[in-house]
Ligand binder design. Structure first.
Ligand SMILES: [Zn+2]
Length: 118
């Protein structure tokens, strides 16, 4: 049984990447050169914020995980745990999105008050 290993890539600060490597790879999805085209596509959709980018990344990661489990590259046990972790990430992304939304709403209400629009 394979265990989750840490990605051998480095982040923008030059520190070791904290993400888990993908099955049979030494790198996480983001650092794997095989995903470059998809990464560029995801980045070009950017401007809608980090939260959207992270959600798209998680979705892409799950798609890869599904394929790896189906092909037998990734043991179902590992796939199941990774799936739970990614789902937890998606839940925290959703919480973050709601918090940002309420911040924007509060700022909007404040602006309306300042402009005398009620
Ligand atoms: Zn990485």
């Amino acid at each position: 049984m394979k265990s989750l290993r840490q990605c051998k890539g480095k982040n923008q600060a030059g520190l070791p990447c904290q993400k888990a490597s993908q099955c049979d790879e030494d790198l996480c999805w983001s650092h794997n050169p095989k995903n470059r085209a998809e990464r560029v596509r995801t980045a070009s959709r950017g401007g809608r914020g980090r939260v959207n980018r992270e959600a798209a990344e998680a979705k892409e990661y799950l798609r890869q995980l599904r394929d790896d489990v189906r092909s037998g590259t990734c043991p179902p046990g590992v796939g199941s745990v990774v799936n739970q972790v990614v789902n937890t990430m998606l839940r925290s992304i959703e919480v973050e999105r709601k918090l940002e939304e309420s911040d924007v709403r509060a700022e909007f209400e404040e602006l309306k008050r300042e402009l005398g629009i009620t």
